[in-house]
Write a new protein. Structure first.
Ligand SMILES: C[S@@+](CC[C@H](N)C(=O)[O-])C[C@H]1O[C@@H](n2cnc3c(N)ncnc32)[C@H](O)[C@@H]1O
Length: 272
């Protein structure tokens, strides 16, 4: 190959590389953020699938491990509020995660404080963010059972709950909610729950609510608080709690965690 031909090839290669890098940069800095702000499905696809997987490959770690690291680096042991702040800061500035988040978290705090439960149940622990939020507000002697079927998530959640100093208030049970709910009374001696936070896979909300009813784990006045009723959405559950004479239901409008897209919580009081 002659020198001029080689030079031309080299320049073409450099131009193609620079062009691709520029296109990727424009996509990453402007086009993707603009699209993600308009569509909740695009937001979930980008944050929870593409970006998270790319980070997994680049860092050789999982999102729960990265979140645990952020807690260990930035939060104070035994201080639940600092654990919550460390996770929120990480998820607002580094990577999105499916925690209930700071905006809806304030609604969760206020409903929980109003109910002041002695026995609370959480379906869907993930890394323990909402577990810490709930457990830190429980009165002395009150207990929270949280259910998670992914062992890797449960292992991280245990460490985050312990870091917050809340391990004595929380029992983390590993397994699928549908199998565990019928065993809760026998295994943990709970008669019924005063407060249930539904935040696991959305197609389980209705099934598990009916299971809780059938197992007699709801009593008159039990408050169910359901996350993500708009995004990704739980239409069948909403239809049920809003139309059933057994519930008095109210929607609390907010944002999908760490975004400006609409999402909200549904508070439903079981009337017996
Ligand atoms: C949205 S995340 C929970 C977030 C958490 N509540 C928070 O705000 O920090 C949902 C979690 O529920 C778990 N999950 C989904 N379906 C479940 C089921 N049927 N039983 C137990 N865990 C489940 C998933 O593995 C995931 O970790």
């Amino acid at each position: 190959m002659s020198l001029p031909v080689f030079r031309r090839m080299l320049w073409s290669l450099l131009a193609a590389t620079a062009g691709s890098a520029a296109v990727l940069y424009v996509l990453y800095r402007w086009l993707i953020p603009a699209a993600v702000q308009r569509s909740s499905w695009l937001a979930l696809l980008w944050h929870a699938v593409i970006f998270e997987r790319v980070l997994d490959i680049l860092t050789g770690s999982s999102q729960p491990q990265r979140m645990l690291k952020a807690v260990q680096k930035n939060a104070t042991k035994g201080d639940p509020q600092s654990v919550i702040s460390a996770i929120d800061h990480y998820c607002r500035n580094k990577e999105w995660a499916m925690n209930v988040g700071d905006d809806k978290g304030l609604i969760l705090d206020s409903v929980l404080t109003e109910v002041n439960p002695s026995a609370a149940l959480e379906l869907g622990t993930y890394c323990g963010y909402s577990t810490v939020r709930i457990a830190r507000l429980l009165s002395p002697g009150s207990k929270l059972i949280t259910v998670e079927f992914n062992p890797a998530f449960a292992a991280v959640a245990r460490q985050i709950i312990a870091y917050a100093g809340l391990q004595d208030k929380v029992t983390l049970v590993e397994g699928p909610s549908g199998d565990l709910i019928p065993k809760l009374r026998e295994r943990f001696g709970v008669k019924s729950f005063d407060f249930v936070f539904l935040d696991h896979w959305k197609d389980r909300y209705l099934l598990d609510t009916k299971l809780l009813e059938d197992c007699g784990l709801l009593q008159k006045g039990t408050v169910l608080l359901a996350d993500n009723v708009i995004c990704p959405g739980t239409p069948e559950y909403l239809k049920y709690v809003r139309s059933s004479p057994r519930y008095e239901s109210r929607y609390y409008k907010s944002n999908l965690e760490y975004t400006k897209l609409e999402d909200g919580l549904e508070k439903s009081v079981f009337l017996g």
